[in-house]
Write a protein that binds this ligand. Sequence first.
Ligand SMILES: NC(=O)c1ccc[n+]([C@@H]2O[C@H](COP(=O)([O-])OP(=O)(O)OC[C@H]3O[C@@H](n4cnc5c(N)ncnc54)[C@H](O)[C@@H]3O)[C@@H](O)[C@H]2O)c1
Length: 324
Amino acid sequence: MVESATLFNREYMSKILVTGGAGFLGSHLCDRLVASGMDVLCVDNFYTGSKTNVAELFGKPNFELMRHDVTFPLYVEVDQIFNLACPASPIHYQFDPVQTTKTSVHGAINMLGLAKRVKAKILQASTSEVYGDPEVHPQPESYWGRVNPIGPRSCYDEGKRCAETLFFDYHRQHNLPIKIVRIFNTYGPRMHPGDGRVVSNFILQALRNEDITIYGDGLQTRSFCYVDDLIDGMMKVMNTGEDFTGPVNLGNPSEIKMLELAEKVLRLTASKSKMVFKILPQDDPKQRQPDISKAKAKLNWQPKVALDDGLKLTVDYFKAVLNL
Ligand SMILES: NC(=O)c1ccc[n+]([C@@H]2O[C@H](COP(=O)([O-])OP(=O)(O)OC[C@H]3O[C@@H](n4cnc5c(N)ncnc54)[C@H](O)[C@@H]3O)[C@@H](O)[C@H]2O)c1
């Protein structure tokens, strides 16, 4: 018997929707999915993403770009949905906090509704911010977090927490196949130059020979995952069996103090910049480190790219952005 997929579409490819596909992570995900032969529909409202991020994919027969805001329903036929739409940096998500919550919550409802209608598997890009300012280090998925519900970061943190709730309720109530990844700090080419994040800030300040801004005493630590490692993890999660829902942490557990990161960036850029110290913003976590035991055990995943190597590639990207 001829399979119906073959009858109607001789070259049947899995149809994948990537919301927020023109952003930093989304564009790398689109690159990888297109390269692996998937039929990719990238949906974005270009709030923080840009066409430039996916420009190399224009003209490929298995890539399509659609301007759409996920806070409105979307009617398309797809097999899988990667839901990444949401501004990720505090500068961007605090600019219009009501829209940020809407993007996470209404966006999740719309994408889950779509997944239910077309029987698609759906993955949510959640965040380490669901752990808030944690009392547990490193953070395992079983930790429920310590989040301020009324602070300036709450639109993002609580929006993402509510999206996780919706994913699990659609799973329990409608038997929808879901996956949740909790992404920790990720860096690499195509980070938004104006996102105010520590890696892009340090690199841009160093390349321009401006003062490097360190918040607090610089002894607070962060862990940084290179974008290629993160995308590997995300694709592995989507390809797990129906019994695996997550949430699963994806990030790099090796910690670095902000002072050390600044020194590394200064070395890599051969910069003349000096370090200056400013007051820590409200609710800024002192330490954030993923426990990735679950990802190692269930997905056989762990980051491979060393910080120095990833930083070099990111510095090269920002040099090109600055025409240096
Ligand atoms: N980069 C990180 O370190 C990190 C860490 C944790 C979680 N995440 C999550 O990963 C996802 C992608 O993050 P990113 O770093 O690529 O950020 P990004 O800002 O570069 O990408 C987000 C994309 O979503 C789009 N978008 C925003 N609101 C939208 C809406 N209402 N409708 C349609 N598109 C919309 C933006 O234009 C952008 O292209 C986000 O959901 C973010 O919360 C990222």
